[in-house]
Design a protein around this ligand. Structure first.
Ligand SMILES: Cc1cc2nc3c(=O)[nH]c(=O)nc-3n(C[C@H](O)[C@H](O)[C@H](O)COP(=O)(O)OP(=O)(O)OC[C@H]3O[C@@H](n4cnc5c(N)ncnc54)[C@H](O)[C@@H]3O)c2cc1C
Length: 465
């Protein structure tokens, strides 16, 4: 056994370290990217607190071993996939919920708590932690922070960045920086937490966080609307924003192709017939079900009268609401109806998404006449997900990436709305980030991690630009 391994075992204890062949295969990949075959991680360490994380990072600095942090391994960009010879820091033993402060509306947690546990704990305290995504049972808060996760309720509550007030992080050299702020207002110098939110484990290791809780909504009103085209989607969004104001909590759009395919997987007729230009799930969360429902129905009625909505179903029960969401959520599993497919998570100026979809369809068809594609997403946030399948084997992933990401660049959009860059989208980062901004990113990385040991090869390369 090497000196390094002996030191790790001595400092963390055998219960928290796996060396070489003892490393479980599940640590070799995130949700999408498998580690290339090679030696594999040197070791996996399961720290229990910031002090142990600090100990590991100091040791890794001394021995110049790269470090890859792993949360729940549900990431979709290969950010948590190990690199050869690295030490994996798995946060899964850091599952403490330290405090729920109902006056401040905060919850202080360790980074290894699952999102679902945070949601349930907030609920028990009569409050809401609004971040929600399909991987809720497996993803960890540290992973949500490090990817700045989004999901279905961003329109009303913001992304993960908007749901955190304080952080504790361990820097590459092992320094523990604790700033467990609980106040919404705090302009005392640089707000350093933003250096670590959304930076995919390349600048530091998040060990604790103060999360922001919200009052629980007391009413939910949901409708599935059919409209003629994207211009009508925009008119409906304007109407919903004006009349529902801050209670508007979801505005999810499905283009016809995905609606048709998803219905086939559900095995029952979708709530609205086919033949429309787009389908929109509109949801509002308020405080009093009866009056809120009446107002919501009046707004939908206005949508009809103004010629915006051509058909609609308004949920009259929790079961109907759930059925609408099942349809929308099933779009996320488009791989099941369009396989093999290349997936995208991009964002664009909301007013131009319709034009973007048409352009992508045209360019894909020009290159691959048999191309099939699906489009859906959180349109009010500017975020659409795309699935593309073409009749070529093996699937020309890179060529499809180029078609879609070139179009994103032309529309001044972002190649990653919520899933991050990891390894999968690194090549295309300059499509959405200027050379000056890339240079600044490299400066920040060099300042915080001068030896380049934190998650090397992820997000940005030292020479990129
Ligand atoms: C079914 C499904 C649905 C999804 N839906 C959505 C969605 O709607 N919206 C969305 O935004 N994402 C979604 N995702 C993607 C994924 O769940 C999120 O990105 C999630 O936030 C990742 O959390 P994790 O704990 O699994 O992180 P991991 O995959 O383990 O890690 C992700 C990145 O964060 C880094 N990291 C993890 N923990 C730490 C830490 N403590 N300190 C520093 N760096 C760390 C890793 O190194 C890696 O770069 C979905 C994924 C799946 C499988």
């Amino acid at each position: 056994m090497s000196n390094f391994a002996e030191e790790l075992l001595a400092r963390i204890g055998p219960g928290g370290v796996r060396i070489g062949a003892e490393v479980e295969p599940r640590h070799r990949h995130d949700w999408t990217v498998e580690m290339p075959s090679g030696d594999g991680p040197l070791a996996v360490v399961y720290p229990r607190n910031a002090e142990e994380v600090s100990t590991v990072l100091r040791l890794c600095q001394a021995h110049r071993h790269p470090v890859v942090v792993q949360g729940g391994l549900t990431g979709l960009a290969g950010g948590a996939t190990p690199v050869d010879g690295c030490v994996v820091l798995s946060m899964e033993r850091m599952r403490g919920i330290e405090e729920v402060d109902t006056d401040a509306g905060t919850m202080t947690v360790q980074a290894g708590v699952t999102l679902q546990t945070v949601q349930e704990t907030a609920d028990t305290a009569g409050l809401l932690f609004p971040l929600d995504l399909g991987a809720r049972g497996s993803c960890l808060i540290g992973g949500n922070l490090s990817t700045n996760a989004g999901g279905n309720r961003v329109l009303r509550y913001g992304m993960m960045r908007d749901l955190v007030l304080g952080l504790e992080v361990v820097l590459a050299d092992g320094t523990v920086v604790t700033s467990l702020n609980k106040m919404i207002k705090n302009n005392a110098g640089y707000d350093l937490k933003h250096l670590f939110i959304g930076t995919e484990g390349t600048l530091g290791v998040v060990t604790r966080a103060v999360l922001r809780l919200h009052p629980k909504p007391r009413s939910v009103c949901t409708a599935l609307c059919a409209v003629a085209d994207y211009a009508a989607v925009l008119r409906l969004l304007r109407l919903a924003r004006e009349r529902l104001g801050g209670t508007l909590s979801a505005f999810e759009v499905m283009w016809p192709e995905v609606y048709r395919r998803v219905e086939a997987t559900l095995g029952r007729p979708a709530p609205l017939p086919h033949g429309h230009g787009a389908y929109v799930l509109v949801e509002a969360m308020g405080t009093d079900q009866m009056p809120d429902q009446e107002r919501f129905e009046a707004i939908m009625q206005q949508g009809f009268e103004d010629g915006i909505v051509t058909d609609a179903v308004i949920a009259q029960s929790g079961e109907q609401t759930a059925a609408f969401w099942t349809l929308r959520d099933a779009c996320g599993d488009f791989g099941e109806v369009l396989w093999p497919a290349v997936g995208f998570d991009v964002s664009l100026p909301v007013g131009r998404i319709g034009e973007f979809v048409e352009l992508c369809q045209e360019r894909l068809a020009a290159r691959w006449p048999e191309a099939e594609s699906v489009f859906f997403g959180h349109v009010a946030d500017g975020n659409i997900h795309i699935g593309v399948k073409v009749a070529e084997e093996p699937l020309p992933v890179h060529a499809i990436d180029v078609v879609v990401y070139d179009a994103v660049r032309e529309f001044q959009g972002s190649i990653s709305a919520e899933h991050g860059i990891g390894v999968l989208k690194k090549e295309f980062l300059p499509h959405s980030v200027s050379p000056e901004a890339l240079a600044l990113m490299r400066t920040v990385k060099a300042a915080l991690d001068p030896n380049g040991l934190l998650n090397p090869g992820k997000v940005i390369d030292p020479t990129m630009g």
